[in-house]
Write a protein that binds this ligand. Sequence first.
Ligand code: MG
Length: 387
Amino acid sequence: MKAAAIIVSGGSGSRMGRPKQFLPLAGSTVAEWSLKCFDSMAEIQSIVLVLGEDALKEHGKRLAVGKVKVVAAGPTRMGSVKNGFAALPKGIEVVAVHDGARSMITPEIVRATIAQAAKSGAAIAAVPVKDTLKVVEKGNVSETPERARFWSAQTPQTYKYSVLKEALEKFKDEASATDESQLVERCGHKVAVVESSYENFKITTPEDMTMAEAIIAARSGGRRESRTGFGYDIHKLVAGRELWLAGVKLKHDKGLLGHSDGDAVLHASCDAVLGALGLGEIGIAFPPSDPKFKGLASKDIVAHTLGKVKGAGGEIVHLDATLIAEEPKLKPHYEKLKSSLAALFGLPESRVSLKAKSNEGLDAIGRGEAIACHAVATVLSAFHTGT
Ligand code: MG
């Protein structure tokens, strides 16, 4: 069964004062926790993330990696789902539509809706309503319906491709529907209910953030904590080499000598991240003595390091790098270097800092014979391996 997901994160989030999808949540963001769940599932072949205009500009490029495609939101929720649907690759048989703000989604719930939709055409995650419901008219209760009849609809709402296609085409001018299920129902299809979890709530108000943080902490045994790692690197500055810093090739008549491209910012940053995880340093995985690593691109070292972070179930919360260089002058390049560093580590720029100092003419760095870099990384993880 070829399955795909559409994650809708295009809302304006008026109840939070600003769009909630990229509010920081447990070392990552609201939408990225949702994305992470689907990304971790091998059976999901493709993910279309639907983002509002500002989020698309700020986070689109960073998140469009691997099986994730990023598209622009429509004017309504239904418009966003249609945009997401149009971007699905060919051959998809089942589509799970998910609210990006339901960050606490689990692979088990997604799987249950996929299995049911594959069987019967349409299945939504839902939970029985806990409160007694009242129908209120002009400030007074006019009716108390029987509670057992009511369920709260969640997402994912999962459909056979043909079923969702039919609903989106038949009601293509529909603007007010708050979920796809109601359109599928109006087409005459049966929509099965898969009992989900109360943890799969939609983050809507500020107190929901507190609950979401608590749930993430509880899921990692309540032991999620932040640790700090430090990294340092220095390379000789010599003629006849390209100058690579933070993954950017800078125009200069000298470059850093090394077995790899000599990118001291990336090496120090990776060592800082590995330091926070308690996993040594980059020379262990990439020994300079091994000829097969000659000419290694430092972005491969970053990819290796990010694999270690993922393997530990961690998040990089912040990265701060300080270059020490007499030449070239790096201030004019701060923005470019910072953007590149953030992009390579998959972080929003707000979680990255990059600056440079001269060595006041002292020592080898002061004589322009070398460039060094110090980096500090903060990583949030359950740290199951240690105490
Ligand atoms: Mg190095």
